[in-house]
Design a protein around this ligand. Structure first.
Ligand code: BEZ
Length: 220
């Protein structure tokens, strides 16, 4: 929970299924308003604790190096930290000079912490001055579909971020669910029956790999 100092109202951290709170922000690619950003696309919004720090450099490089994979999944990247746009520019240029990797996506300069507070990225028992490593998966309707939070000392896993995005998109497209460790090409879970009639039908349905009526898998 977060208290808005102007209205004294308590704001809940966004949760899965909530509409992504709208905001305007300055980024390394100019000003954006979330509700007008990346129309009809998925948005992956992620925070990092601070520019010019080692774990963050590896993570941001990971996002940059796999940007084309995100683009192929109709997804725009949007970074954030509580640093100035000048610090962002200096860091982006420094990493490009040192490693050849270019962070070619907008990074929010959240100096007043408005966005990070609203999205629960500031977790004071972890750090009072830096955002934790959050990832918000926002669908084309601007609904939050998945949230990850990592602490300051553990970098995220880019394969898992991409896998989770593909799982969400595949689930939406085919109306199915994804089992443990699902990856593209694996069998998916057929939604379980909700009535006795559907249950009896499922018990006679040989079109899917049935463990029992409530657990059936199929290939796509
Ligand atoms: C890092 O990215 O290495 C880092 C950033 C803030 C605190 C600790 C580590």
């Amino acid at each position: 929970m977060e208290t808005n100092t102007e209205t004294n109202q308590v704001t809940m951290m966004p949760r899965i299924g909530d509409m992504a709170p709208d905001f305007e922000a300055v980024t390394t690619k100019g000003k954006i308003k979330l509700s007008e950003f990346a129309k009809d696309k998925w948005i992956l919004m992620f925070s990092h604790p601070a520019d010019f720090t080692p774990v963050c450099t590896t993570e941001m490089s990971g996002f940059a190096q796999r940007k084309e994979e995100f683009e192929a999944l109709n997804t725009e990247l949007l970074g954030l930290s509580i640093d100035s746009v000048h610090a962002h520019l200096g860091w982006v240029n420094n990493v490009r000079e040192k490693t050849g990797v270019y962070f070619d996506f907008p990074i929010i300069a959240d100096l007043d912490m408005k966005v990070s507070k609203r999205y629960g990225m500031l977790q004071p028992n972890e750090s009072e001055t830096a955002a934790v490593r959050a990832v918000f998966f926002i669908d084309p309707n601007k609904k939050i579909r998945l949230i990850m939070y990592y602490p300051l000392n553990v970098g995220r896993n880019m394969d898992e971020i991409l896998r989770a995005l593909k799982a969400l998109q595949t689930s939406d497209k085919y109306g199915v669910a994804m089992p443990l460790n699902w990856k593209p090409g694996d069998k998916v879970i057929v939604p379980p029956p909700k009535t006795l009639d559907e249950m009896n039908q499922r018990l006679n349905d040989d079109s899917c790999e049935r463990t029992d009526f409530y657990l059936c898998k199929k290939s796509l």
